[in-house]
Ligand binder design. Structure first.
Ligand code: IVH
Length: 677
């Protein structure tokens, strides 16, 4: 065998396999674009070597065999396919071919054209006798289809008797109406959404779903599927005289069929092409999938004259829109952290051209959906791109799955900050719950300026979002470096608004240290814990130096909180942030007397609780005294307490200290201890 013969055999085998997957099983394993590429290669080779065409070549037949189970129907007039054009040149070439075949008395200038959208569904033929629907058949292989009468009867916009309107024309004795059964996109999405909710299989695209729905052996299932029908041709008619495609569409419309309202009838070929381009532009806004536009010669006499070649009429051509689906490989599955902390999985793809755009990433929606579709790293997948919509991974092609592949596991840690992830409540979504995660800057700003933290009046989420978006704020400390000029330069930031905002920011610098601690958004450090921590470590410097054990020694601070604090301050990014805050003028130490380094740190490592009324000091003063000597003060007595400083009316803390064997001092005892006594 020559290398050409070998390639032809390969192509035929492969295409026939894919035709079977597509037409018989309704489950294609390659994209339309890829299929087109194979069949075009085969056609080109056969054109060059017509002596090598075999009867089993897919170019020699319209489609695959009908499924078993439906009664077969022979079409009185074969349901042909259409030739394809992929650009304007192809269209002009088509016209040039027609021109050569025109009867002598007709020139190109005499031609009339009708342009219709090419809706992506399945062709069916509906037979009406004296107005009554008697048969519905699928196209099948073009010669023989399947009897799906019971199924088409369930399609809401297919008339069971014509004319539908009382003022319509009388019904013809016999008519075969041809058209497309399809699934409106909105219905398709809704159905899939419900399937996801039920944990059931979802469908790859409206076309496959329409095909699967129409070819149900149980027509009750079909009845539950939101199928629709557009008519675009008359196979034959007895009892009415129709001479052109334009008349046919109007006639069908009059009988009560859905006919696409957006068709063009023109004598200008250029106008027809412009109309097709306009269709292409609007394709993403249509309520149905259109994969191209069909241009037809208007006159039936001329159609007849031009005839059919192979399985496609010469008098019509489909201008295909660029493919929106392609198959490619998933190189890696990764998570993207949104500003709410929600992690959305996406696929890094082997770059693939879809409709003129190179796609190398596609969304996987959420981890629930990903698990249901069972998309894995290494899988070959169907990817869809529609207009501006983010490309989506539709489904894996199981036949091409590598044998060693593993189901994808949702990340245990945030891909950005590497903090553990979690589900919040019943939400299926996975979250990074670390408020300090860089991916969550906006959320962090929102929290920092909120009423419970720094309480910066007039600084809402919108402003935070805006300033982060403008990159004027890259971390929360940047709030204090905003300038009048920067803000005034932003649209919508007038003098007064800027002044108010800067005043509010300035005022927040006086918020107590504890508020600042809250604002940092350290996990588990809300207002209660921040209060305890600020009491025990009344400055940022002391807090930074605090170890896990010292923090745990604070009454009300458990290991989980202590660990979170230590971990937060250990991260270099947070250390940098704190250094930056030192230059802002915000309050970084508690209001009490600062640690006096001149004082001997005689109480270092000791934990005190103060209770009752002391003879000369207020509790605040006693606390400051202890802290100035390096000791810590906590709120309640525990085994970790070294001394209870008790005054009058000591109460329960005294009894607890006695019960735990904690030493009890009075004010003087404390002074002695501090002076080394
Ligand atoms: S005309 C000779 N008109 O496209 C004409 N077909 O690839 C045969 N289609 O089987 C069909 N919209 O499923 C025609 N406005 C339209 C169409 C249309 C969609 C489909 C139909 C047909 C296939 C041909």
């Amino acid at each position: 065998m020559s290398s050409v013969e070998t390639r032809l055999a390969e192509l035929r085998k492969e295409i026939n396999f894919h035709l079977y997957r597509y037409h018989t099983l309704d489950d294609p394993i390659i994209s339309d674009a890829e299929y087109d590429r194979l069949i075009n290669e085969l056609r080109r080779l056969e054109e060059k070597h017509p002596e090598l065409i075999t009867p089993d070549s897919p170019t020699q037949r319209v489609g695959a065999e009908p499924l078993e189970g439906f009664e077969k129907v022979t079409h009185p007039i074969p349901m042909t396919s259409l030739g394809n054009a992929f650009d304007d040149d192809d269209m002009h070439n088509w016209l040039a071919r027609i021109e050569r075949l025109l009867p002598e008395d007709i020139t190109v200038a005499d031609l009339e054209f009708v342009v219709e959208p090419k809706i992506d569904g399945l062709a069916v033929a509906l037979t009406y006798e004296n107005g009554l629907l008697v048969q519905g058949a699928t196209r099948g292989n073009g010669v023989e289809g399947e009897n799906v009468t019971a199924n088409v009867r369930t399609i809401k916009n297919i008339p069971l008797r014509i004319p539908t309107a009382s003022n319509g024309p009388p019904p013809p004795a016999r008519i075969e109406v041809r058209g497309e059964v399809y699934m409106p996109i909105a219905d398709f999405n809704k159905f899939n959404q419900e399937q996801i909710a039920k944990g059931e299989k979802i469908y790859a695209n409206p076309r496959n779903f329409a095909a699967g729905s129409l070819r149900q052996l149980d027509s009750k299932i079909t009845a539950q599927r939101p199928l629709a029908f557009f008519s675009y041709a008359i196979g034959y008619v007895e009892g009415a005289a129709i001479h052109t495609q334009k008349e046919a569409l109007d006639y069908l419309n009059g009988l009560g069929f859905s006919v696409n309202p957006d068709t063009l009838h023109t004598g200008q070929f250029v106008e027809a092409i412009n109309f097709i381009h306009a269709w292409m532009e609007r394709r993403d806004n249509l309520p149905y999938d259109a994969d191209g536009a069909v241009l037809k010669i208007n006159g039936f006499a001329l159609q007849e004259h031009l005839g059919v070649v192979g399985n496609a009429p010469r008098w019509a051509i489909a201008y295909k829109f660029p493919a929106r689906e392609a198959t490619t490989k998933v190189l890696k599955i990764q998570g993207n952290v949104g500003r709410t902390g929600q992690i959305t999985p996406y696929a890094n793809l082997e770059p693939v051209n879809i409709g003129g755009v190179t796609v190398s990433q596609a969304t996987l929606h959420n981890y629930d959906d990903l698990a249901k579709k069972d998309i894995r790293q290494g899988d070959t997948v169907v990817v869809k791109r529609a207009g501006d919509v983010i490309p989506q991974v539709i489904k894996p092609i199981l036949d091409l799955r590598p044998p060693d592949s593993q189901p994808h596991q949702p990340p245990a840690r945030c891909p950005v900050c590497h903090e553990p992830t979690a589900h919040l409540g019943d939400d299926v979504a996975l979250f990074c719950i670390n408020a300090a995660c860089p991916a969550q800057l906006v959320r962090q700003i929102e929290y920092f300026v909120s009423r419970g933290a720094m309480d910066i009046e007039g600084f809402g989420i919108k402003i935070g979002d805006r300033l982060a978006g403008e990159e004027l704020i890259k971390d929360i400390a940047d709030i204090y470096f905003l300038t009048r000029e920067q803000l005034l330069a932003l649209e919508g930031f007038a003098d007064k608004k800027v002044d108010n905002l800067l005043d509010a920011i300035e005022a927040s610098k006086k918020q107590p240290f504890q508020r600042f601690l809250i604002g940092l958004g350290i996990r588990y450090v809300g207002s209660a814990v921040a209060g305890l921590v600020a009491d025990a470590f009344p400055s940022i410097d002391r807090l930074i130096k605090a170890g896990q054990e010292e923090l745990e020694a604070i009454e009300g601070v458990g290991p989980r909180i202590a660990e979170s604090i230590v971990e937060w301050f250990s991260r270099p990014a947070n250390q940098t942030l704190i250094e930056k805050f030192r230059r802002t003028g915000v309050t970084l130490e508690a209001a009490g007397p600062p640690v006096d380094v001149d004082k001997a740190q005689t109480l270092t490592g000791l934990t005190f609780v103060i209770t009752g009324t002391l003879p000369t000091w207020s509790r605040e003063e006693a606390k400051a005294f202890i802290q100035q000597h390096g000791g810590k003060v906590t709120g309640s007595v525990s085994k970790k307490t070294d001394y209870l400083v008790a005054g009058e009316k000591a109460g329960s803390k005294l009894s607890k200290a006695q019960a735990l064997g904690v030493l009890v001092l009075d004010e003087n005892g404390l002074r002695e201890l501090a002076s080394g006594g």
